[in-house]
Write a protein that binds this ligand. Structure first.
Ligand code: 1CP
Length: 358
């Protein structure tokens, strides 16, 4: 086990301990996309205007990042930002459209578009992100999770031009021109790495790579065309920030979990389709798992959410190394009271790695 960095004041927090597979006072919990989305206090603080502009206001970002920690009692905060912020910041021409998500003005089509993906200089290109992380590192009582998009998932937006159902264009590119695809993956890995390093340097305690859409790939395609660039991100982090917990997450990745476990992260995020016990066997004994309550069941009412939460806790077992989360992001129609109750239930009944009388 890698020793924890000595300057991290959250080293003994339940979240960081669980990421390292160590015993915990209670099972830690946070929710992907916990900031914004379901919270009425988010809607009033955010106001109207472009979401990319909101990400560039450090005081607002700090407020929106803290809100769910206060409301739900989560054991970690996730920075209020988006996976397309770095590509937008270097001028690729990306916007985040209300109700749609990322949209790209001139999608990535060929060799010439690589020139539009210059290296990220965080202090110049995303100073507002760095500043927000600094504020949060001072203000938060729980660890802050920084994040970036996985090279494949960010490529899917750049190539498709926006959200996609079948990912036809990105699959065509990755199979029709391997050298170009490799260079695109490398550029996006460098962007993710530079962004994650800047968040860690500014005071984030852990990072998550959201490779949300990797699950649309076959294991062969994932292994040959996506895993190498993803692994380069984690190798880069291990070199510059040894011992910092890292999480790799994707949706629909049941058949990829064994491969994802080799990418170099310390934690693998699991969606709700794979029972956590099976997931633990697939990722092996050395890595922690994060997940995996179906977010739709938080919309189905407290009884359904409570029953499903208990099933996740049972599947997680008693071995250390479980961070409770949803299997994907909070759905906008979720009643915040249900998430608050889920967090309390996990704290009261979770047993994975919990020290003391059971
Ligand atoms: O907790 C948080 O909400 C923190 C901030 C956060 C995070 C972690 C935002 C703000 N986006 C993300 C990550 C993100 N963005 C992912 C990975 C997680 C996931 O799979 O949900 C992805 C795929 C995106 C891309 C994106 N941005 C989408 C998905 C579109 C699609 O392809 O289906 C959408 C709708 C956005 C918009 C967005 N991101 C964030 C905000 C506040 C908004 C605008 C409104 C909203 O959807 O809440």
């Amino acid at each position: 086990m890698v020793p924890p960095p000595t300057d991290d004041r959250h080293a003994s927090s339940p979240f960081i301990l669980a990421c390292r597979g160590l015993p915990v006072p209670h099972v830690p919990v946070w929710f992907m996309r916990q900031a914004g989305r379901a919270l009425p206090e988010y809607r009033s603080a955010r106001g109207s205007g472009s979401i990319l502009e909101a990400f560039a206001r450090p005081e607002l970002v700090a407020e929106l990042t803290v809100q769910p920690v206060t409301r739900y009692g989560t054991d970690a905060a996730i920075l209020f930002s988006d996976i397309v912020v770095p590509v937008a910041a270097i001028g690729f021409g990306v916007d985040v459209a209300p109700g749609t998500g990322p949209v790209v003005e001139r999608p990535f089509r060929g060799e010439a578009d690589l020139r539009r993906l210059r290296p990220l200089e965080p202090d110049l290109d995303t100073p507002h992100v760095v500043e927000a992380v600094r504020i949060l590192a001072r203000e938060l009582d729980v660890p802050l999770i920084g994040f970036a998009g996985g090279p494949f998932t960010v490529a899917s937006y750049l190539v498709e031009g926006g959200p996609s159902r079948n990912f036809t264009r990105v699959k065509s590119l990755m199979h029709s021109d391997h050298p170009l695809w490799g260079r695109l993956m490398d550029r996006l890995a460098d962007l993710a790495l530079a962004s994650l390093r800047s968040q860690l340097d500014a005071g984030a305690s852990a990072v998550q790579v959201f490779d949300s859409w990797a699950g649309i790939l076959s294991p062969d395609d994932y292994r040959e065309l996506v895993l190498p660039a993803t692994a380069r991100v984690f190798a880069g982090l291990a070199a510059s920030h040894p011992g910092v917990p890292t999480i790799l997450f994707g949706v629909g990745t049941g058949e990829l979990l064994g491969l994802m476990a080799t990418a170099g992260s310390t934690v693998v995020g699991i969606d709700w389709r794979v029972p956590l016990g099976d997931a633990r066997r697939r990722v092996g004994p050395d890595l922690a798992v994060q997940g995996n309550l179906d977010p739709a069941l938080c919309v189905a009412g407290w009884d359904a959410a409570a029953a499903a939460t208990r099933r996740v806790l049972e599947e997680a077992g008693t071995r250390p190394g479980h961070i409770f989360n949803l299997g994907h992001g909070v759905l906008p129609e979720t009643d915040p009271a249900v998430l608050e109750q889920v967090a309390a239930l996990v704290h009261a009944e979770g047993r994975a790695g919990v020290i003391g009388p059971s």
